[in-house]
Design a binder for this molecule. Structure first.
Ligand code: ADP
Ligand code: MG
Length: 486
């Protein structure tokens, strides 16, 4: 048992300095593989949010008028610094979140890539020149929003930090980041790295704390000009409502119940790979998880045989041993997932695979598959955010589409087939912000990402995030008044 006094301390990063919370309060994060306390983290509350927003406000004028190439250079330096700390950050992320070490390494690399990608965008924020008549010159300029808030979830803390913060800073905004209370450690560390590479003080502030105590005062702060939220639907609605009260720009990336459609002509090994990656990566705690396998009746049995064999060979263990799957992030999440497994037993009978927690310390649950699921069941409609796959059978193309679209969410969707006409008809008709053909989790930092329907609005990643973090100003000049006449 780790004595509390031995725990490393993680403070707030405000105005380029690490500081304790105004109240002096701390909270502990827990290692989900051992249930032991992992670190002591400063507990931000309203006065700390005030302080961080004020630091970000003070920094904004200088940062937004810093030469774009210089802003880009600093973000590139930060990308390099994150890469140089990859192993340390990955281990921290694994202990904080539970995910396999190789996944944490890849998340750290992704975070570095976001800073690198948007560093390259900083000096390419071109406007348009709009032809009117000969009497006018008309052009647009992209201006930053000002102070932006990033409220980050616990499933991909480092990855989403980069995804939300890098485009904000590249476009000339300053940032106040509220990491999730379950997984705040890498955000604090990256905040410190930013100070080391010389990012001006106050440009990037990190305020760990709880949703109600730190997230809510940040979302509703009138000094915040843009809010980026990734998380659950109910919290997204609260955050969005608070932002709109101030007429603050907001984008919300929420949940999903994404369909993965498999046709008999698909490459089955590759489709099984995609299916497993889609639902077991990060123990299913991914908004774009492929949680509904929509499989054609002619291939269902063969597909499930292969899937079952492959799941039987999976390792489930502490993230530090780099297994195929680690524990869930928290006791609360374990309770949610086991409740859904009970609901699944009632609705669809015993699972084909898995269904139990592991008999050891830590928040471990088996990879679980329910066969014979009807799309109307709760395990087909509600986001479980765990390694639980619902298998739904279909016969015709119309049925596949009907099943795919008949949920409240619309984040991503996948199809496995060799028939490209069918694949692109599906891509055209499916209600989702991203479509994978013969893949799952395709695309990188460059590809726009966000939801249809209850999966939210606004787009992150790629050049689409530039729109989310800038406001367009149109300048219209009448150039005729001083013209020589005669
Ligand atoms: P979960 O319920 O799984 O914890 P949430 O969507 O509630 O997921 O959390 C995502 C992020 O939103 C976290 O950083 C959390 O602290 C924050 N959060 C939670 N509640 C609020 C709130 N009322 N206002 C602002 N942020 C919140
Ligand atoms: Mg919550």
């Amino acid at each position: 048992m780790t004595a509390q006094t031995d725990l490393n301390t993680y403070d707030l990063v405000v105005g380029g300095e690490t500081v304790a919370a105004d109240s002096g309060g701390y909270f502990e994060t827990v290692d989900p593989a051992t249930e032991e306390p992992l670190a002591k983290v400063a507990r931000a509350r309203k006065p700390d949010i005030e302080r961080a927003v004020s630091a970000a406000t003070d920094a904004h004028e200088k940062w937004s008028s810093t030469a774009p190439q210089e802003r880009g250079r600093l973000l590139s330096d930060l990308a390099e610094r994150i890469r140089a700390n990859q192993e340390r950050l990955a281990l921290l992320e694994t202990r904080d979140n539970g995910k396999p070490l190789s996944h944490a390494r890849s998340d750290v690399e992704t975070c570095a890539r976001y800073f690198e990608y948007y560093a390259g965008v900083a000096d390419k924020l071109h406007g348009d020149s709009i032809p009117l008549t000969d009497d006018y010159v008309d052009y647009t300029v992209r201006e930053p929003l000002g102070v932006t808030a990033q409220i980050i979830p616990w499933n991909l803390p480092t990855n989403i930090f980069g995804r939300s913060v890098a485009p904000a800073l590249a476009t000339g905004n300053t940032a106040v980041v509220k990491p999730a209370e379950q997984t705040p450690l890498t955000a604090v560390e990256i905040g410190k790295l930013a100070a080391e590479v010389g990012l001006p003080e106050g440009v990037l502030n990190v305020v760990p704390g709880f949703g109600e105590e730190a997230g809510a005062p940040l979302a509703e702060h009138p000094g915040v000009d843009g809010v980026s939220f990734t998380g659950s639907v109910p919290t997204g609605i609260e955050v969005g409502t608070a932002a709109v009260e101030n007429l603050t720009n907001v984008h919300l990336e929420l949940g999903g119940k994404s369909p993965n459609v498999v046709w008999p002509d698909a490459d089955i090994d590759s489709a099984v790979d995609s299916t497993m990656r889609g639902i077991f990566a990060n123990a299913g705690q991914v908004c774009s998880a492929g949680s509904r396998l929509v499989v054609h009746e002619d291939v269902r049995a063969a597909f499930l045989d292969t899937l079952t064999d492959r799941i039987g060979a999976m390792t489930v263990d502490a993230g530090e041993t780099d297994p195929d799957m680690g524990p869930l992030v928290s006791e609360t999440q374990l309770e949610t997932v086991t409740e859904y497994i009970e609901i699944g037993r009632t609705e669809a009978g015993d699972p084909l695979v898995g269904g139990d927690t592991l008999d050891r310390d830590g928040y471990f649950v088996e990879p679980t598959v329910f066969d014979g699921v009807e799309n109307s069941m709760r395990i087909a409609q509600e986001e479980i955010f765990g390694p639980v796959l619902s298998v739904i059978e279909f016969g015709t193309e119309a049925e596949a589409l009907e099943i795919a679209n008949n949920v409240e969410y619309g984040l991503v969707a996948g199809i496995h087939t060799r028939d490209m006409g069918r694949a692109h008809r599906f891509a055209r008709d499916v209600q989702a912000g991203q479509v994978y053909i013969n893949e799952w989790f395709a695309g990188g930092e460059e590809t726009p990402f966000g939801g249809f329907k209850k999966s939210g609005f606004g787009r992150e990643k790629g050049l689409a995030a530039v729109d989310a973090y800038t406001q367009v100003k149109n300048v219209c000049a009448n150039i005729s008044p001083t013209r020589e006449r005669g």
